[in-house]
Every structure is written in structure tokens, then in C-alpha cells.
Design a protein. Structure first.
Lengths: 263, 263
């Protein structure tokens, strides 16, 4: 199968569905639209869909995760946080519309994600995984650890990455697996895999960004050692997904793409 | 029955339950605790409980609403929004812990509210009312209208108050009524009543605060005319609740307290 085409087809589906939630004349919807439709890679919703058996059932959850991811970016970019002026080559939300709007856009994206999953009460277990991963025991914990840690140890850096980035990537897989009605053993395997994939994703990000301002794997370990850590993790992940003999082929393709991305 | 004692008993129950969600050694929990336990009047959770038949079932939803209310206050107080240094006589979250923490505390409170209602899948309809009222078609819409409106008409001011304040107060009643398994007619009556009560609550706030910086009923109409509008609304509400003959007595007591409050 042509997985490259499948990827772009799925991204189109995700984008159409995202826009369907923002189809309104109210000004904040247009500001949310600006932040949502600026060309994100849609990694989390793609992962969710790639392990789901029913596309239509899974699509709202894929969008909810992308709304959550983007709310966190909009708030992260604020002057009090990372103070970023550009994202994906265009002005960040607060540079474009002002800080007050950016705070409200983030709040509205998060609330919308919650409204979306509450419209699918049959699958509250998938929704729980997503919101637990987004909250104080997941993504927000990672943000707080990063903010509060003065001298960061290697273990703390790993905890920051696991919470800030891996939790939501793990939850994408968990939600997709739960929506497909798989058993607890399968779920457990994908949880572990999601953590590894999320960590590898973030280390790759650190290597590609070479950001010296915040603590990253690149800054802590240097390029060569970071690359070693990444390679070991990637080997583990490849060995894990090889066990899915003849199954989850699209998911495997996405994993390979994520691990081998150049930007 | 001694409703004054019942009110303080219920506030104690609400506060204990709120603290149970924050019982953790992680630093952000302590910062959330600071914002949550600074002596709020707990009007929304009290209203929810007052129309609920089963206290234990309703308590998580009452807390979720209070978490949502407080997240909105923490974000509203930020320098980019209302820029308030004090709330309830103590430093606001960002003055105490810094802006980045205040952004994350607000995000964490909202996410926690969502996690709480997702733990109660049987009552997703009550949860939906709450999150719809909190989102872009409710509270956030009111905040945006207030932020974006340059010259405010009387009708726009009413829309701001209805969305920013009344939506969540209405949803408190709606959630309580849904949790009690009441029929759609009862729900409809309480929705209408919730809107009136929320509007009256905000006009009373405007009269008590005499805030000249933002557009309020006080600023738009002056004291006497604001008081007239309030009195007419209060008369309507009293006439509405008189119809609950021998029912919802605690709710009626709370309504009376809200309408007659002096601070």
C-alpha cells in the first residue's frame, strides 16, 4: 500500500474534521483556526488513527488530541513561558492577536477538546487516557518540572520529556487501541511503546533544534551522545514493532517516518 | 430547617472534596490549592447541590464547576487580561507565583475538571452542560465579547453578562437537575431561571463593585437605573421560585441569599 498517500489522505481528513469544529462566524473561532491550520504535522492524530479499526469513531478523538496539543503550544509560546514570536513560520498567536486572545484561544481549544469527547460517551475510557495524559500527571507536570527545575539531572530531564511530550503521544496510541476494543495486554504494549516513541521524538527534536536556552538532550549530552541515546531507543522501538507481524503496517510506517525525520 | 447551618455544612463538604483532588506533594497541587482554598463563596457548587437529590453523586460535578470557575479567575487576573493583584484579600496567583505558574495553574484546574467528570461516565449529559457553558459558546464567548467590544450597547452588555457569568451558573442548576433524573420540562425551567439568576448576580456585582474601568451595568446605567433593572429581575426570579410549592426549599434559600447579598 502507498502509505505516503495514505498519510496525506488522513491529514486531509483530520484537517477537514478540525475545521468542521471551527466553522463559525465568531471571532475567536477564526483566531483558533489561525493557530490550528498553520501546517502542523498532525503526528498525534495520525498515530491514533493508525492503530484504530474504525476511522469515523476515532476521528473526533484524533481531533481532540490535536486541539490539546495546540492549546499547549499557544500557551507555551506566551511571553511568560517560552516567549516565542514565530511558530511554523508564522507569527505566534499572541504576536498576531495579543496576549489576552492567546490565553483565551488556548482555554477555548482545551475546552473544545473536552466538549468533543463528551459527545462520545461510549468511549469515555479513551477520553480518560487523553485527559489524564494532558493534565497534572502528564503534560502539565512536564511543563512545571521544566519551569521549576534549577539544576536538572539526567533523570529529571528524562522525566520532563516523558511527561511533557511522551504522555500525549502515548495517549494517542492508548486511545486508538481502546477505541478498537483491544485487550489490556495489547494496551499495555502500546503504552510502553508510546512512552519510548514520545521520548525518542523529543530527543530527535532536541538534536534537530540545537536549542541552548532550555535544558535539552543536546545541551546536556552533546550531539554525539544524544545521537547514541536516540539510536538505542530507536533500535528498541524497531525491535518492538517487528513483533507486530503483518499487523499495524501503517503505524509502523509512521513510526519509521517519525524516527527518521530530518526536520 | 436551619439553612444557614446547611450552607456551611455543604461548604465544608465541597471544600473537603476539592482538597481531596489536590492531595499530593507535587508543587503545582500546592499552587492550585492556594487559589482554590482562598475563601470563595462556592455559589455554583452550592446551587448544583441544592437541586440535586443525591449528594454523593453530585459532589464531583459541584467540584468540577468550582475548578472551572477558579481557572477562569486565575487566567482573568493575569496582566494581559484584568491585571489584578489581589483577589479575596490575598495576592492573585500570578503575583504570588509568577505568570507562567498562573497560566499552568489555570490549565491544570480546567483539565482536572475534565478528568473528574470523565470519571463519572453515567452522567455525561450533566458534564456536557457544564463544559458547553464553560466554552466558546458560553463563558469564553463572554470574555471575548468583553475584550473585543469597543463601544458596548445595552444589548451587548447583556450578552457579555449572560455568557461570561450566567452560563456557568445556569449550568450548575442544569447539571444538578440532570443528575437528579428530572424531565426536560423541569430542566427547561431551571435553565431559564439560571440565566436570570446569573444575570442578576452579575448586575448585583456591578452595583456593589462600582468598577469604572470596565463596562458594567453601574457604568452604563448609573446606580439608580441598575438597581431598578436588578429589582425587576429579582421580582421575576422570586415569582418563578414561588411556583416550586414546598419543593427546593434549600435552593430558594440560596437564591434569596444571592439576591440580597451585601458584598
Amino acid at each position: 500500500m502507498d502509505f505516503q498517500k495514505k498519510t496525506s489522505d488522513y491529514i486531509n481528513l483530520i484537517n477537514e474534521k478540525i475545521e468542521s469544529y471551527l466553522d463559525d462566524s465568531f471571532v475567536l473561532y477564526r483566531q483558533m483556526h489561525y493557530c490550528m491550520m498553520s501546517g502542523g504535522k498532525r503526528i498525534r492524530p495520525l498515530l491514533l488513527l493508525s492503530v484504530s479499526k474504525n476511522l469515523q469513531t476515532a476521528l473526533p478523538f484524533a481531533c481532540a488530541i490535536e486541539f490539546i496539543h495546540n492549546y499547549s503550544l499557544v500557551h507555551d509560546d506566551l511571553p511568560a513561558m517560552d516567549n516565542d514570536d514565530y511558530r511554523r513560520g508564522i507569527l505566534t498567536c499572541h504576536k498576531k492577536f495579543g496576549e489576552a486572545v492567546a490565553i483565551l484561544v488556548g482555554d477555548a481549544l482545551l475546552t473544545l477538546a473536552c466538549e468533543i469527547v463528551l459527545d462520545e460517551p461510549k468511549f469515555f475510557n479513551a477520553a480518560k487516557k487523553i485527559f489524564n495524559a494532558a493534565g497534572i500527571n502528564g503534560m502539565i507536570k512536564g511543563q512545571v518540572l521544566e519551569l521549576e527545575s534549577k539544576i536538572i539531572t539526567t533523570d529529571e530531564l528524562r522525566q520532563i520529556h516523558l511527561n511533557k511530550t511522551a504522555a500525549l503521544i502515548r495517549a494517542s496510541l492508548e486511545a486508538g487501541i481502546i477505541l478498537s476494543g483491544e485487550n489490556k495486554n495489547v494496551l499495555k504494549n502500546f503504552s510502553a511503546l508510546g512512552n519510548k516513541l514520545g521520548l525518542a521524538f523529543q530527543i530527535k527534536d532536541d538534536i534537530l533544534d540545537k536549542d541552548e536556552e532550555r535544558m535539552t538532550y543536546f545541551k546536556m549530552y552533546g550531539l554525539e551522545k544524544s545521537q547514541d541515546i536516540f539510536n538505542n531507543l530507536a533500535d528498541e522501538i524497531y525491535s518492538d514493532i517487528e513483533k507486530f507481524d503483518g499487523q499495524y503496517d501503517f503505524f509502523k510506517y509512521l513510526v519509521k517516518n517519525i524516527l527518521e525525520r530530518k526536520n
